[in-house]
Write a protein that binds this ligand. Structure first.
Ligand SMILES: [Zn+2]
Length: 387
């Protein structure tokens, strides 16, 4: 906790979270949303989901009924379950690969495709391009993951336009953990630039530099507004229509579909972002910029759900947020950046409220259970090291 920051009076989120607002009692929007969530008529919501899906099915003819953008993570596996098992939809699964798959994540993705029998398209930017964008990403947006933020927004839309499949179905509600929407006013209007605004921040053209050309960044372009309109593209978040419970969903997927958890750096939970080797790096940069990391964020969810007290939440943040992740080593290796330069660059992205504050960093004293090397490279290594 930083004594000069305002924190939500209920959970563990500080004023430095992007888009956060507090009411007159000092309660953040996400905490208010979690109250709303209990009073919503989920039966009515589920009925409207049913009619949206029925309508899409009726219009699809022999084409796919919808697109499910999937990462192999817990949310996307749950989306597949809901759409194929409960609503009997025929989705096209679409993956933008960050090319940073963890071994567990690769298993989860392949396992879900097998279990749900869905057709699948994946786009994977090449290794060298990913490395170069990761380097540029720190200067541009102060985290390592622009290619992923941008690609998960653009690739499913490109496929929607190319295959003429208007409906995209995402998972968690925007209201769940951010102040950008509430359950009373969910994000219903489709916004093709949503991911650019929320996470990628910069357009591909703004990422151009002496080692990245417009040609390199072509795969990250969104379809035009006209193309989206012509195809009638729209998207929904399942979490606005069915009661979203991360813990119960994870238990369910583990039990019924052999979905696997793994150790994720920077936190005490083992399911969110399990598909990637770099969340530790992403969340450490958030900590260096804004003074909180993944543990604060997830502890806040647990406080809202009554699983932790606020004090316990702060203790977990204290334990995890400030630990220097192993994935920083991988990042420095692929970008050729020195550790000193990395910390200098991060200091430039620090929010105003923390500019004169010391941000402590602890060293990590254990080895991560999930190996921090992209799984394709692990396979290559394994085959070539055989006697
Ligand atoms: Zn709160």
């Amino acid at each position: 906790m930083f004594s000069n920051l305002q924190y939500c009076t209920r959970c563990c989120m500080p004023e430095t979270q992007e888009g956060i607002t507090f009411d007159e009692l000092g309660i953040c929007q996400a905490c208010q949303s979690s109250e709303q969530k209990i009073h919503i008529s989920w039966v009515d919501r589920e009925n409207s989901l049913k009619s949206i899906l029925e309508d899409a099915k009726a219009k699809a003819g022999n084409n796919y009924d919808c697109i499910i953008p999937i990462s192999g993570g817990k949310d996307s596996t749950f989306q597949l379950h809901v759409l194929t098992q409960i609503y009997k939809m025929k989705p096209l699964a679409v993956t933008f690969s960050h090319n940073w798959f963890s071994k567990t994540g690769w298993y989860n993705l392949q396992n879900s495709l097998e279990k749900f029998n869905v057709d699948h398209i994946m786009f994977t930017p090449n290794r060298d391009l990913v490395n170069r964008i990761a380097k540029r990403s720190i200067d541009g947006i102060g985290d390592s993951c622009w290619h992923c933020h941008s690609g998960v927004g653009s690739f499913p839309l490109q496929i929607a336009v190319k295959f003429n499949i208007p409906l995209l179905v995402w998972g968690e509600s925007v209201a769940e953990a951010s102040g950008r929407a509430s359950y009373v006013n969910p994000v219903r209007k489709f916004d093709r630039e949503y991911f650019t605004k929320v996470s990628a921040k910069l357009q591909p053209s703004e990422m151009v530099c002496d080692y990245l050309s417009e040609r390199d960044l072509f795969p990250f372009l969104l379809p035009t507004a006209e193309e989206c309109e012509k195809a009638g593209i729209f998207g929904i978040h399942l979490g606005d229509y069915i009661f979203w419970d991360d813990e119960r969903q994870t238990e369910f997927l583990v039990k019924h579909y052999d979905w696997k958890e793994t150790q994720v750096e920077g936190t005490y939970k083992c399911y969110k972002s399990a598909e990637c080797i770099m969340p530790g790096m992403h969340d450490f940069t958030c900590y260096l910029k804004r003074g909180f990391g993944r543990a604060s964020y997830q502890a806040s969810l647990d406080v809202r759900n009554g699983l932790l007290t606020q004090r316990e939440g702060f203790e977990l943040s204290e334990t995890h947020d400030s630990v220097r992740p192993e994935s920083l080593d991988y990042y420095l290796e692929i970008t050729g950046m020195s550790e000193e330069t990395f910390f200098e660059k991060m200091a430039q992205h620090r929010v105003k409220a923390l500019q004169n504050t010391e941000i402590p960093v602890k060293s990590k004293t254990w080895k991560n259970r999930e190996r921090i090397l992209p799984y394709p490279q692990q396979i290559i290594e394994e085959f070539n090291n055989k006697p």
